[in-house]
Design a protein around this ligand. Structure first.
Ligand code: ANZ
Ligand code: ZN
Length: 860
């Protein structure tokens, strides 16, 4: 029978419309069913989806559809991380309004996502720029203020003196503003901070409970939190004339064992001592400016050459007052960490070694290998390796001790002097959330000359953005707006001013998952809905969010609980970080990048489709606009259909690895959809009979059920590529069954069963083709309303064995049984055989000897 080709252009929109009108994916709380909340990290509405989105959302969708079929009440929502700089940049560069730009992008990306056939509950959709969302964000901030979770504090920002704007670290390139090119200055600005450091230990300890998170993500969070145990102590300080300087110099160290190797001290350029001295020392003032130009990025600071400026002060060594350590301001000491001051031990620290080499300071080794071999520090510091039991040298009372023992001894002696204290430090900083931008959530406070900071009363929320803002000059449009910020003080009624800063967009994305539980609630999270849906059972996204987004969300969940909002401390029970989508890059001989669609093969060589110019392969890299190695999801979906794109996204490559998109691979996936369609139709045309265990069909039935069982396990573990390999196997087995020349009701029934199982098992990956196939197989209900197929246990046994049966040593019969069948069951079956009964002549069995899976010998 000739079957028409499967037409995705017709089938896909049809089923998408069906699911939408049947509200197939709209979730409601149902205490009678277990819930499963699947969430992919929501997109920024940049305008178009890219293949990375396709991969991410396909994985989430497979999980959602699979869990749904397994009987879970699945929540699978989608929304938009809609505030942020690109919208504002578009406004500055192209004169469009950020709001219009954003919502237009949302509309077009939404229709793209819809064309993918995702099982999303669109009734819960929201954008973080919707006032109905950020209203609750503002209300929670007001509660945070009351719960002592917020602090207003002066801190340093990167300031672009030409654009009059604050720059994020990424916008500082080689010390210059990314747009203006002007040398960046550091400025002090009063800003809002969320007190995440109050939770540093808790956020660290609770990582241990997240056993289903990737180990590498937990490690990255651990390092980011950066707990260190050390010693804080104060050096006596003197000036060039040996006159004591009041207050001394307090430093933080984790290596107090190396104190006898100290050869200098250093403070941050922003340390009060450096600031004070720079008032009368022009050279130091200049030095401080140079350091400021480095910006606030720790990465830049780490990379920069180590430089210092002597302060003309000396720290006295606590155990050898004749040793005077010169004190510098240095560019590698950060003000925000420890005490903003250190002692340097050049023999055992790279930065200190670089510094000492540059300024000709002594480099005295004080730690060496256990065997006492000489320590050479002429080419670099001596750093003990992991697990090495190094010991102290040149260190008076510490000599011969291990590093750990020396630390303990030093801490004990120092603590006795009252100048020192053992302390725990965290690298984690409080979260600065103020941004001097328009397109963000307004911070709901009012500054009043007489009342100070006044939170906007909740019944006046949301504080919305003025729509008539102008983007024609640099700086914050909210500050330039003629009227917006001028308000009456809610407390005294006098003239006051709104805060013109908006929130860091990381706040918006720190609680959106909770809002999805009850997106229309008139409070941030409805208690019943929150209790039912939270936490997210499976969260999926890029590893680039492994640190900040996930840490902020974990903190936010705790902060919300502190103000009485429904939430759970750990919002994401399982986390999966998927790999990137990569593609070959193409270039002309002149070095210009060329789009993959413009490249064709001609006589075994690659050439430009338009002008025949020869093309050079540039290597496989992450898809990016700059290298033009992108393929457009719309083009792929139009050409091959969403199912093909989804299928190829999951085939071959394990989901955590980078996936190479190739045209030939997409093509092969498309051919597979056609193959399935033919097979299903052939199976549908076979005469109908109930599946049985008849010999002809049994092998295929076994394969079908074994594969069903395997795929269930694969999807449980997110082994998508393995599930797909198993689906290929099932399709091949079905193919063989359909092609067999000798037909029988038993084989026909097995073929039909295989086709039905194949259809249901592939449905999470290829939902449209599955619906169409299910219909072709004669079913009136949709696949989305059909439970996951069960693997029958009796068909899962690996193999059968033929066992020879002897009576009194003479072969009388044989029997086919499942391999490894237990002895009692086997004996029962054997004694019931006619041939055996006859040979035993009614005598009882005196002894039954079983050689497992081979022979049974009955002695009677
Ligand atoms: C002396 C020393 C000797 C150090 C040695 C290291 C090696 P963690 O583990 O990250 O806490 N340090 C302290 N405060 C600093 C600041 N504000 N800016 C830059 N560096 C600072 O690191 C603690 C170590 O980093 C401290 O131990 C201190 O240098 C430095 F062989 O003290 B150490
Ligand atoms: Zn007031």
């Amino acid at each position: 029978m000739a079957v028409e080709r499967y037409n995705h252009r017709e089938a896909e929109p049809k089923w998408q419309a069906h699911w939408a009108s049947a509200k197939s994916f709209e979730a409601t709380e149902d205490a009678g069913r277990p819930k499963y909340y699947v969430l992919e990290m929501f997109p920024y509405p940049s305008g178009r989806i890219h293949m990375g989105h396709v991969r991410n959302y396909t994985m989430g969708d497979v999980i959602a559809r699979f869990r749904r079929a397994c009987g879970y009440n699945v929540l699978h929502p989608m929304g938009w991380d809609a505030f942020g700089m690109p919208a504002e940049n578009a406004a500055i560069e192209r004169g469009v309004h950020p709001k219009g730009w954003t919502y237009e992008n949302i509309a077009s990306m939404k229709s793209q996502l819809k064309s993918m056939g995702l099982s999303l509950d669109w009734s819960r959709e929201f954008a973080t720029c919707d006032p109905s969302y950020y209203k609750h964000e503002q209300a929670m901030f007001v509660d945070f203020l009351g719960a002592n979770l917020v602090e207003r504090r002066v801190s340093q920002v990167n300031w672009d003196p030409v654009d009059h704007t604050v720059l994020a670290n990424e916008q500082v390139i080689d010390g210059k503003g990314w747009r203006s090119g002007a040398p960046v200055e550091k400025r002090e600005l009063a800003q809002w901070f969320l007190k995440i450091t109050d939770y540093a230990q808790e956020l660290l300890s609770a990582l241990d409970t997240l056993q289903d998170w990737p180990e590498k993500v937990r490690l990255m969070q651990k390092n980011w939190i950066g707990r260190s145990e050390g010693l804080r102590f104060t050096f006596d300080l003197v000036d060039a004339n040996d006159k004591p300087v009041e207050g001394g110099l307090t430093v933080y160290t984790t290596r107090h064992d190396t104190l006898f190797g100290a050869s200098f001290c250093a403070v941050s350029a922003d340390h009060p001592l450096a600031k004070k001295i720079s008032e009368t020392d022009a050279g130091l003032a200049k030095f401080r400016q140079d350091v400021a130009a480095l910006g606030t990025s720790e990465e830049n600071i780490e990379r920069a050459e180590k430089k210092g400026y002597p302060l003309g002060l000396y720290a006295l060594h606590p155990f050898d007052k004749s040793k005077k350590l010169p004190v510098y301001a240095a560019n590698f000491v950060l003000m925000g960490y420890g005490e903003g001051a250190i002692f340097g031990c050049p023999a055992h620290d790279q930065r200190d070694w670089d510094f000492a080499t540059k300024y000709n300071l002594p480099i005295l080794p004080v730690v060496g290998p256990q065997d006492g071999a000489a320590v050479d520090v002429s080419n670099g510091p001596y750093l003990e390796k992991d697990g090495e039991e190094a010991k102290l040298i040149n260190s008076d009372f510490l000599n011969g001790l291990t590093v750990e023992a020396a630390k303990a001894e030093m801490a004990k002696r120092m603590e006795a002097t009252a100048h020192a204290k053992r302390v725990v430090n965290f690298r984690l900083r409080d979260w600065g959330v103020s941004r001097q931008r328009y397109w963000g959530c307004p911070i709901p406070v009012i500054h009043c000359k007489s009342c100070g900071i006044v939170p906007v009363p909740k019944d006046q929320l949301p504080v919305t953005l003025p729509e008539d803002a102008k983007f024609d000059k640099p700086g914050n449009p909210l500050l330039h707006h003629p009227t917006w910020r001028h308000v009456d003080c809610p407390k005294c009624g006098g003239k006051a001013e709104r805060e013109t800063d908006t929130f860091d967009t990381f706040i918006d994305s720190s609680w959106y998952y909770a809002r999805f539980a009850s997106p229309q609630a008139d409070q941030p999270v409805d208690p019943a809905a929150g209790k039912y849906w939270l936490p997210v059972d499976q969260y999926i996204g890029g590893v680039e969010h492994a640190i900040l987004h996930l840490l902020y969300s974990r903190f936010y969940a705790r902060a919300m609980m502190k103000i009485g909002q429904p939430n759970v401390a750990e919002p994401f029970a399982n986390l999966f970080t998927q790999g990137m989508v990569v593609h070959e890059t193409y270039r002309t001989e002149k070095g210009e990048w060329v789009l993959p669609v413009e490249v064709v093969e001609k006589d075994g060589a690659w050439v430009h489709a338009k002008n025949g110019e020869s093309i050079i392969l540039g290597g496989i890299e992450k898809m990016s606009k700059s290298k033009k190695n992108v393929v457009d999801p719309d083009t792929i979906i139009a050409a091959y259909g969403a199912d093909t794109a989804r299928w190829f996204m999951l085939s071959d490559t394990p989901p955590e690895r980078d996936l190479e998109w190739t045209e030939s691979g997409a093509e092969a996936s498309w051919r597979f959809t056609q193959k399935i369609w033919r097979q299903v139709n052939e199976a549908a045309a076979l005469p109908k009979s109930a599946p049985d265990t008849g010999a002809d069909g049994i092998a295929l039935r076994r394969t079908t059920h074994q594969i069903a069982s395997a795929i269930t396990g694969n999807l449980d573990n997110l082994y998508f590529n393995v599930a797909i390999a198993n689906l290929y196997k099932l399709a091949n087995a079905l193919n063989a069954g359909l092609a067999a020349e000798r037909r029988s009701p038993s084989l026909d029934a097995a073929c039909r069963e295989a086709a039905e199982y194949l259809t249901l098992l592939m449905a999470p990956m290829m939902p449209h083709l599955a619906e169409e196939s299910w219909k072709a197989l004669g079913h009136a209900t949709a696949v989305v309303d059909t439970p996951w197929p069960k693997a029958l246990p009796e068909l899962l046994v690996e193999d059968e064995v033929t066992i020879a049966i002897q009576v009194n040593g003479k072969r009388r019969d044989e029997i086919k049984v499942a391999k490894g069948l237990d002895q009692k069951a086997l004996e029962g079956q054997v004694l019931a055989l006619e041939n055996v009964k006859r040979a035993m002549e009614g005598k009882p069995a005196r002894k039954i000897i079983v050689v497992p899976d081979r022979i049974v010998n009955i002695v009677c």
